[in-house]
Design a protein around this ligand. Structure first.
Ligand code: CMC
Length: 494
C-alpha cells in the first residue's frame, strides 16, 4: 500500500499542461527525465497584444528566457552527477570521496572519458599513451620565448593550446571534412583512433605546456618530460628540474647523477588528488564553453583554448588566485570582521565561498582541507592559514552567509596548498586547467559520439533595443552623452 508499482509508474501521464491565457489554448508538454523541451514552446503562438513590440515576435512562438542558464539543461550527459543540496559529486556514478582515496588522476581520466574503470592493462596502455604524448616540438621554445617576461601564465597557456592545434592538420575538420569526429558516433575505427590520439596529446601536453609557461618567466631551460613517473610527478619534475645532470632514475644507485631529482611523494600524491577533484564538474562555465565552441566543429585544440579563457575568470578557475589576494589584503585574523562587513555592504566579495550548484557544502572542500594538513606537514604551515581559518569560521557563523547558503568551495583551500607548495599566485588557475582538460575532452567526446549528431549551439535573445529607426544626418542629431554612453577619454602613456 502507498508504494507505486512499476506498472502504475508507466501509466502515469508525464506531461505538463499549459494554458496560454492570451489565446485560451491548452497545450500538453511531454516531461522526460524531469525536463520539458524548450523547443515545444515555439509552437505556442499568439497574435501580438497591445503591449507587445514587433521585436517580441509573439506570432512566431514563445521563447524560454534563462539569463545565466539558471535552469536550462543544454545536453544529456552520462559523465558527472552533482546533487548540490546534499553535497554529492560522482564521476560516472563513483563518489568523489572514494576516487580521491583509492584512485589516481589518470585512472579517473580514463573513467571520465571512456565511462568505466579500466582493467590493469587498459590503464597501462592509456597512461603510456598520455605520458608518451607529453613531448613538445622543439619549435615551441620559440613560441614561448615570444611572450613578455611578465606575461600571465594563463595568457600563455590559452594561446599555447590554439598554437598546438596548428601542428595537427589531421585533427582539423576544416581541413579534413566536417564529419572528422562526428563519424565516431558510427563506430568508425579510424575516426575513433584519430580522436583518441588528440585526447592523449591534449592531456599529455597539458603538463608540458603548463611547465613551459612557468619556466619561461624564470628564464630557465625547458625540460623534456621524463619517463617512469606518474602524471603529477612528471609535472612537478618538469617544473622543478634544475640541471641536465639532475636526471630522474628509478634506482638512484644506478644513476650517473649525484642527486637525482624526484618530486616529494607526499606533494606528488597531494597534487594527484587535487587533479582528481578538479577533473570534472559537469556543465560548469568552461565545459559549457568547450561544448559551445566545439558545436561549430573546430579542432579540439581550439575548443580547449576557449575553455581556458572561460576558466580563467575570477568567478570560476581564477577564484583560487582571488582567495589568496583576498587573504593577503585582509592581512590578519583581527581584520576579518571589517572585511566581512565590507562584503555585506557589497563592496567586497568573499572569494572561495558560494557556488551555483552546491547549496550546503562542496564535498571537494572537505577532502582538500585534509590534503592541506598533509602538505603543511611537509612544507610548514602557510602564514595566511590563521586568517583563512578565522574568515572561514566567522562566515559560517554569520547569518548573511548562512541565509544565502554560502559555504566554502574547493577554491577556498586549494590556493593555500598551491602557495605552500611554492607555486606563484598567478599560476593557480593553470593548476585548475591541467586536470579540467580531462573533463573538457570527456564532454567534447561525448558530444561528438552523440547518435543524434551535433547541433550548433546557437541560443536566442530577447531583443529590447530600439525598433526600426531612420538614419539621422550629423546636423540633425542630438548627441547622447554621459559615462558609459560614449567612448571614454583615456590617458596615453608616452
Ligand atoms: N560573497 C558574498 N556574497 C555572495 C557570494 C560571495 N562569494 N556568492 C554569492 N553571494 C550572494 C549574492 O550576492 C547573492 O545575494 P543576494 O541574493 O542578496 O543578491 C546570493 O549570495 C546568491 O548568489 P548568486 O550571485 O545568485 O550566486 P551564483 O550562483 O550566480 O554565483 C558564484 C555563484 C560561485 C559565481 C558566486 O557564489 C561567487 O561569486 N563566489 C565567489 C567566487 C568563487 O569562489 N568562485 C569559485 C566557484 S568553485 C570553483 C568552480 O567550480 O569554478
Amino acid at each position: 500500500m502507498g508504494q507505486e508499482t512499476p506498472k502504475a509508474k508507466h501509466a502515469r501521464n508525464d506531461s505538463l499542461v499549459v494554458i496560454d491565457n492570451r489565446t485560451g489554448k491548452q497545450y500538453s508538454v511531454p516531461i522526460t527525465h524531469n525536463s520539458v523541451p524548450a523547443t515545444f514552446f515555439k509552437f505556442i503562438r499568439a497574435p501580438a497584444g497591445p503591449d507587445d513590440r514587433p521585436e517580441d515576435e509573439a506570432e512566431r512562438g514563445l521563447r524560454v528566457a534563462d539569463r545565466g542558464f539558471l535552469n536550462t539543461a543544454v545536453i544529456e550527459s552520462a559523465i558527472t552527477y552533482i546533487d548540490g543540496e546534499r553535497g554529492i559529486l560522482r564521476y560516472r556514478g563513483y563518489p568523489i570521496e572514494q576516487l580521491a582515496e583509492k584512485s589516481t588522476f589518470l585512472e579517473c581520466a580514463y573513467l571520465l572519458i571512456y565511462g568505466a574503470l579500466p582493467a590493469r592493462s587498459q590503464l597501462s596502455h592509456f597512461e603510456r599513451e598520455v605520458l608518451l604524448h607529453g613531448i613538445m616540438h622543439a619549435d615551441a621554445t620559440k613560441f614561448f620565448g615570444s611572450f613578455r617576461y611578465d606575461a600571465h601564465p594563463m595568457a600563455m597557456l590559452t594561446s599555447a593550446f590554439a598554437y598546438l592545434g596548428s601542428y595537427y592538420g589531421e585533427a582539423n575538420p576544416s581541413l579534413q571534412g566536417q564529419t572528422l569526429f562526428t563519424k565516431c558516433a558510427k563506430g568508425d575505427p579510424e575516426a575513433l583512433q584519430n580522436m583518441d590520439k588528440q585526447i592523449y596529446r591534449l592531456i599529455g601536453k597539458a603538463i608540458t605546456l603548463a611547465a613551459m609557461a612557468y619556466r619561461v618567466r624564470q628564464g630557465r631551460e625547458f625540460v623534456v618530460p621524463p619517463t617512469g613517473m606518474s602524471y603529477a610527478e612528471s609535472f612537478l619534475y618538469q617544473l622543478d628540474h634544475l640541471s641536465p645532470t639532475d636526471s630522474f632514475s628509478a634506482s638512484s644507485s644506478a644513476s650517473p647523477s649525484p642527486s637525482p631529482y624526484k618530486p616529494h611523494p607526499v606533494l606528488a600524491r597531494a597534487l594527484d588528488i587535487l587533479f582528481i577533484l578538479h577533473a570534472d564538474h559537469e556543465m560548469n562555465a568552461s565545459s559549457t564553453t568547450v561544448l559551445q565552441t566545439g558545436s561549430s566543429l573546430p579542432d579540439p585544440y581550439s575548443a580547449v583554448a576557449a575553455g581556458c579563457a572561460s576558466l580563467y575568470g575570477p568567478l570560476h578557475g581564477g577564484a583560487n588566485e582571488a582567495v589568496i589576494r583576498m587573504l593577503v589584503s585582509i592581512g590578519s585574523p583581527n581584520n576579518v570582521p571589517t572585511f566581512l562587513a565590507a562584503v555585506k555592504r557589497r563592496e567586497k566579495v568573499l572569494s572561495g565561498f558560494g557556488h551555483r550548484v552546491y547549496k550546503t557544502s562542496d564535498p571537494r572542500s572537505f577532502i582538500i582541507r585534509k590534503i592541506a594538513d598533509e602538505v603543511f606537514a611537509v612544507t610548514g604551515p602557510d602564514p595566511l592559514l590563521d586568517t583563512a581559518m578565522a574568515l572561514h569560521d566567522a562566515a559560517l557563523k554569520d547569518d548573511y552567509f548562512v541565509s544565502r547558503k554560502l559555504a566554502p568551495n574547493v577554491d577556498f583551500w586549494s590556493g593555500l596548498i598551491y602557495r605552500a607548495m611554492g607555486f606563484p599566485m598567478d599560476f593557480f588557475p593553470v593548476l585548475f586547467v591541467v586536470p579540467r582538460i580531462v573533463g573538457w575532452v570527456a564532454h567534447w567526446r561525448q558530444m561528438m559520439l552523440s547518435p543524434e549528431g551535433v547541433k550548433i549551439w546557437r541560443p536566442r535573445q530577447i531583443y529590447v533595443g530600439p525598433s526600426e529607426r531612420s538614419y539621422v544626418p550629423f546636423d540633425e542629431r542630438e548627441a547622447v552623452q554621459g559615462p558609459g554612453k560614449e567612448p571614454s577619454i583615456v590617458i596615453h602613456s608616452g
